[in-house]
Design a protein around this ligand. Sequence first.
Ligand code: MLT
Length: 264
Amino acid sequence: MPTTLEVLFAPAEFARLGQRDLSQTVCVVFDVLRATSTMVTALGNGATAIAPVAEIPEALGIRQRQPEVLLAGERDGVRIEGHLTGGIGFDLGNSPREFTAARVRGRTIAITTTNGTRALRACAPAAAVLLGSFLNLRATTDLIERQHPSHLLMVCSGTLEQAAYEDVLGAGALCELLWPRYGGGAVADSAHMARRLFRLAQDDVLAAVAQSRNGRRLMANPDLREDVPFCVQRDLFGLVVEMGKDGWVRTRGSQDEARGKTGN
Ligand code: MLT
């Protein structure tokens, strides 16, 4: 079957996804700095499920219904504090280094971030939605190679309303790995562009990401600086992360495993 490979660079593009038929499409969403890297880390460190929501009141609503849920997320890059919520300070920000096993093992989390959670929600009608990052790139590639979906759409979350260099590098790295399987199909110019950008940067991805708008913002903050090298680590976690039809993000296979264990 002929394959298609495409990359969306900017939020204006994912905002229009509602007008497309995504029923045969697998989306891979990248927010390298930092939302998808953070969710992959949280699940890698034992969190059971994460609800990515676009707005703060949605996260607060989940907490009200499920008091055990941890609240996570950022506005302007920093943890959401009580003045934005009417008094409830969030438990965690959006730094992947906060989501240690000690904080998150066995926990469910509701997270809201500026772009990453919006991009994920925009992809919800797709046949499947995977979370992409450098931290789990090999495992994500292996699954796509095994399943070989005919339409693969990589969605870069961007920064506010602009494209983000680090997301394009993440998507380009995945294009590079998948090129033997998808390069002979209908490849959009956007996928060629992402792959070429990655190839130019691949010898020093950290230096490239540190030059991005987000990278510079984080590097300028002593508390968040280390997030940049953290998020460009390759294959720290061997897990595939997926947003299910119920809108929750989990390690792929974890629901089946849980069912197997409980015999449900
Ligand atoms: C986002 O979702 O816009 C980012 O993850 C922002 C951030 O670095 O916290």
